[in-house]
Design a binder for this molecule. Sequence first.
Ligand SMILES: Cc1cc2nc3c(=O)[nH]c(=O)nc-3n(C[C@H](O)[C@H](O)[C@H](O)COP(=O)(O)O)c2cc1C
Length: 320
Amino acid sequence: MTRIVTPVTRLLGIDLPIVQAGMSWASSSSALPLAVSNAGGLGVVAAGPMRLPDLDRTLAEMAAGTDRPWAVNLPLYRAGADEVIDLLLRHRPPVLIASQGGPRRYLGRFHDVGTRCLHVVAGVEHARKAADAGVDALVVVGAEAGGHPPPEMVTTQVLVRAVTRTVPEVPVITSGGIADGAGLAAMLALGAGAAQFGTRFLASTEATVHAAYKQAVLDAGVDATRTVGHGLGVIRALGNDFTARMLELEASGAEESLRRRIFQASTLKTAALHGDVAEGKVEAGQSAGLVDAVLPAAEIVARIVREYRTARANLPSITS
Ligand SMILES: Cc1cc2nc3c(=O)[nH]c(=O)nc-3n(C[C@H](O)[C@H](O)[C@H](O)COP(=O)(O)O)c2cc1C
């Protein structure tokens, strides 16, 4: 088995510093996470939109389907988060990646059952607080990311430097805008111990989103995404009829209640499960423009490793 050893791979017990991002619907089942974990990366089940019985079954499938580490992503704002936490504690996932809330709420209980606890942060202050609370590692999300980028839109490249300078003792996984092995090499050079790939794995055979969604990712250029819902929980999504309407409302200074109504009327589920890529939220990152084919997840992992090798070999050496 090929290995690239970093503080993150040592912490999590994985062979490669390649993390598949938790993505609602796309990885809210065992198919994609199992494929990534079995290929040497870290597969992540997105628990955000899952009903308890489905999550219960999926976690059992994960345990049965691999002897490699895997993770669950839990947005702490989701309805019934406390019941989900109880369910997760029964399954003892090797890794928990929590987002959108404070770590103190769950940390002690998961550490007690042997789970490594990672927390998603989108700013330096938040990173410092999570580190002080005792998380094992941070997932740092920058502006390029699909889904929820940081409200201040600080780029991944700048944020990872700021966070690794602020909490140098904490292993960091970077997320947002990374789609290939050159991106992975860049992130490791910037001080990260692994990179998290979202949009790249959306265009995988195993991702459970509609074929029209995957095609929209393939068709997109690097300038095809829009950020909408400023002040409402901003998202980055592929530009479509929904984002055009939101941008119009934002530009004309429409009242918050109207903007919120339009923002909430469109959902990720509409695009991901029903394939409505005109009216749904087609969440994807700028790196959609770097994704050129739908591939099996194991092939994506292997390709990233090959590209990483090439990127390293192409770096000029210092001469004097
Ligand atoms: C379709 C989609 C759904 C997402 N769902 C979640 C989620 O449920 N929880 C979460 O913490 N992040 C979520 N994200 C954000 C990703 O975990 C990750 O940070 C992002 O995709 C990284 O940027 P990239 O797409 O440029 O690789 C989602 C992203 C996408 C594209």
